[in-house]
Design a protein around this ligand. Structure first.
Ligand code: NAD
Length: 505
C-alpha cells in the first residue's frame, strides 16, 4: 500500500499546489513506498510566514518552560504510540535494519523527553556574581531568549532522529520551526508531523515542507524572515547553506557535516572486543553514518592478525532484507550512492590498496533488485590515498598500519574532517590521553556510535559548526541578552564629566 503524506503548514495538512509529487523508493527492492508533495516557493513562503506570525505573537515563546515541556512530552508520547509505523517507514524508505530503525525512534523519544526535563531547571535567566569594582554598582543578569523562526534541513540517513535533534531543542527554547525532510526518505518525518499535530501545538509553531534541496532548502537558508538555519548533510552543501545564510540576513547557522573518522586500536586493546567494535563502527547502517569509523588504525605488530580476524567475522554477517531482525546489513540508499561507492572501490585498487574483502557485487535472488554493496575492507592503505581522505558513505574500511602512538594520533588528525573517533585500550588513562589529542567532536573509548541526548555532538574542522544535543544543543537555539540594572546611589554624578555645564542646576 502506497504511503502518501502531505505538507504541514500553519497547523494544516495539504496535498500542496504542485501536482507533480516526489516518489519514495525502497532501496531494498526498488518498489515504490509512497509519495510526498514537491513544495513550491510560495508554499515555502507561507510556511515561513506562519512560523513568523506564531513566533511574533508569543503564543509559544510566551508560554512558561513548564508548559512547553508538557507539550514536548505529549509529542514524545504520540511518537511512542506510533513507534511501529515509524519503524516500518524507516525500514522501507531508507533501508534501515530493524535494530537501527527502533534505535532511531527511541533516540527521538529520548531527545524530546530530555529537553522537556532540561526545561525544569532554570536556564533562561542567571544573575552574574556581583563584582562591585568591575560592575560599577549594578546588578547584571543574563537572559536566554528564543532566536525566532528556525529552519531545519535534514539528511536521509537518520531522518527522524536528526530531525528531532533540531526540533526538540528549538521548540523547548520557544522558537517556531520549518522542517525540510530529505527527498530520499521523507516519510518518517512526515509521520512525525502527524504526531506533533495530535499533540496540539498552537498553529504555525511547527511546519514541514518536502521538496528539492536545491529549491526548498536554498529558499529556507536564504529566507529573510528565518532567523536560524540548522543543517545536517554533506560538507559541500553545508558551505552553500552557510553562504546563503550569510548573504541573506546573516542568520545564525549550525552545521553538522561529513566525516572520515579514525578508530585507533592501541597495542593493549582487547582484540576480541575491538574487532567486533571496528566492524560495528564502519558497517552500522551500511556505513552511511557521518561519524562512521572508516579508518582503522592498527599497530604494525598486530596488523595481519587484525585483518584476518576482521575478514573472518565480516564474512559471517547477514546481508539482506532489512526488515528481517537477523539482518546486520541492509542496502545503501540509492543507485547513485551505490555507483559512487563502486567508483571509490575501483579507485582504491588502482591507487594500490589491497582488497581483502568485498569489492564484487552480491549474487542471489535477494540482490537482483535494490542497491547493495558487500562489506569491503582494504589493507595497506596509506592515509594519502583517496579512500582514506574522502567520505565514501558506504560499507568500506581502510586499515592503516602505524608504528607509534604519536604516529597514530598524527594520522588520525591528518584529515579535513573532525567528527568522531574511537580508541581501544585496556588502560583507561592511556585511552583518555589519546582521546584528548584527537581533533574531533566525539571520541568513544572501547565503544562506537553510542549517542545520547545528554552529550553534545558536532564537528571540528570541516565536519561542522556548533553542537546539537546536551545543554549546548538547547542554548544553540537561544540568543543571549544582558540586562544591566544600575544600583548606584549617585547615578546623576556618572554623567557629569560628559554633560558638563548641562548637569549644573
Ligand atoms: P546532502 O547535503 O545532499 O543533503 C542534506 C539535506 O540538504 C537534504 O535535506 C537535501 O535535500 C538538502 N539539500 C541538498 N542540496 C541543498 C542546497 N543546495 N541547499 C539547501 N539544502 C540542500 O546530504 P545527504 O546526502 O542527504 O546526507 C549525507 C551527508 O550528510 C554525508 O556527507 C554525511 O556525512 C552528512 N551527515 C552528517 C551528519 C552529522 O551530524 N555531522 C549526520 C548525518 C549525515
Amino acid at each position: 500500500m502506497s504511503k502518501d503524506y502531505d505538507l504541514y503548514i500553519n497547523g494544516q495538512f495539504s496535498k500542496g499546489e504542485n501536482e507533480a509529487r516526489l516518489t519514495v523508493i525502497n532501496p531494498s527492492d526498488e518498489s515504490v513506498v509512497g509519495s510526498v508533495p514537491s513544495a513550491t516557493l510560495a508554499e515555502t513562503d507561507a510556511a515561513v510566514a506562519a512560523a513568523r506570525l506564531a513566533f511574533d505573537s508569543g503564543v509559544w515563546s510566551g508560554l512558561s518552560p513548564a508548559q512547553r515541556a508538557e507539550a514536548l512530552l505529549r509529542i514524545a508520547a504520540e511518537v511512542k504510540a506510533d513507534q511501529e509505523t515509524l519503524v516500518d517507514l524507516l525500514i522501507k524508505e531508507s533501508g534501515s535494519t530493524v535494530g537501527k530503525a527502533n534505535g532511531e525512534v527511541n533516540l527521538a523519544i529520548k531527545t524530546l523527553t530530555y529537553y522537556a526535563k532540561l526545561l525544569q531547571s532554570p536556564y533562561e535567566e542567571a544573575a552574574i556574581a556581583a563584582d562591585e569594582e568591575a560592575a560599577l554598582y549594578s546588578h547584571n543578569f543574563i537572559r536566554r531568549e528564543a532566536i525566532g523562526v528556525c529552519a531545519a534541513i535534514v539528511p536521509w540517513n537518520f531522518p527522524l532522529s536528526l530531525g528531532v535533534w533540531k526540533i526538540a531543542p528549538a521548540l523547548a527554547a520557544g522558537n517556531t520551526i520549518v522542517v525540510k525532510p530529505p527527498s530520499e526518505a521523507p516519510l518518517a518525518l512526515l509521520a512525525f508531523a502527524k504526531a506533533v499535530h495530535r499533540a496540539g501545538l498552537p498553529k504555525g509553531v511547527f511546519n514541514m515542507l518536502t521538496g528539492s534541496g536545491k529549491v526548498i532548502g536554498e529558499a529556507l537558508a536564504a529566507h529573510p524572515l528565518v532567523d536560524k538555519v540548522a543543517f545536517t548533510g554533506s560538507t559541500e552543501v553545508g558551505k552553500r547553506v552557510m553562504s546563503l545564510a550569510a548573504q541573506s540576513n546573516l542568520k545564525i547557522t549550525t552545521l553538522e557535516l561529513g566525516g572520515k573518522s579514525a578508530n585507533i586500536l592501541l597495542e593493549d586493546a582487547d582484540l576480541d572486543e575491538a574487532i567486533d567494535g571496528a566492524l560495528f563502527a564502519f558497517l552500522y547502517h551500511s556505513g552511511q553514518v557521518c561519524e562512521s569509523g572508516t579508518r582503522l588504525l592498527v599497530p604494525r605488530s598486530k596488523y595481519e592478525e587484525v585483518i584476518k580476524r576482521l575478514v573472518e567475522r565480516a564474512e559471517k554477517l547477514k546481508i539482506g532484507d532489512p526488515g528481517d531482525p537477523e539482518t546486520s546489513i541492509g542496502p545503501v540508499i540509492s543507485k547513485r550512492q551505490q555507483e559512487k561507492i563502486a567508483a571509490y572501490i575501483s579507485g582504491a585498487i588502482k591507487e594500490g590498496a589491497r582488497l581483502v574483502l568485498g569489492g564484487e557485487p552480491l549474487s542471489g535472488k535477494t540482490f537482483e533488485k535494490g542497491f547493495w554493496v558487500r562489506p569491503t575492507i582494504f589493507a595497506d592503505v596509506k592515509n594519502e590515498m583517496t579512500i582514506a581522505r574522502e567520505e565514501i558513505f558506504g560499507p568500506v574500511l581502510s586499515v592503516i598500519a602505524y608504528d607509534s602512538e604519536e604516529e597514530a594520533i598524527r594520522i588520525a588528525n591528518d584529515s579535513i574532517y573532525g567528527l568522531g573517533g574511537g580508541v581501544w585500550s585496556k588502560d583507561y588513562r592511556r585511552a583518555v590521553e589519546v582521546a584528548k589529542q584527537l581533533r574531533t567532536g566525539t571520541v568513544w573509548i572501547n565503544s562506537y556510535h553510542l549517542l545520547s541526548p545528554i552529550a553534545p555532538f558536532g564537528g571540528y574542522k570541516q565536519s561542522g559548526i556548533g553542537r546539537e544535543l546536551g545543554l549546548q544543543g538547547l542554548l544553540a537555539y537561544t540568543q543571549t541578552k544582558h540586562i544591566h540594572l544600575d544600583l548606584a546611589n549617585d547615578r546623576g554624578a556618572r554623567y557629569q564629566r560628559f554633560l558638563g555645564q548641562a548637569t549644573k542646576k
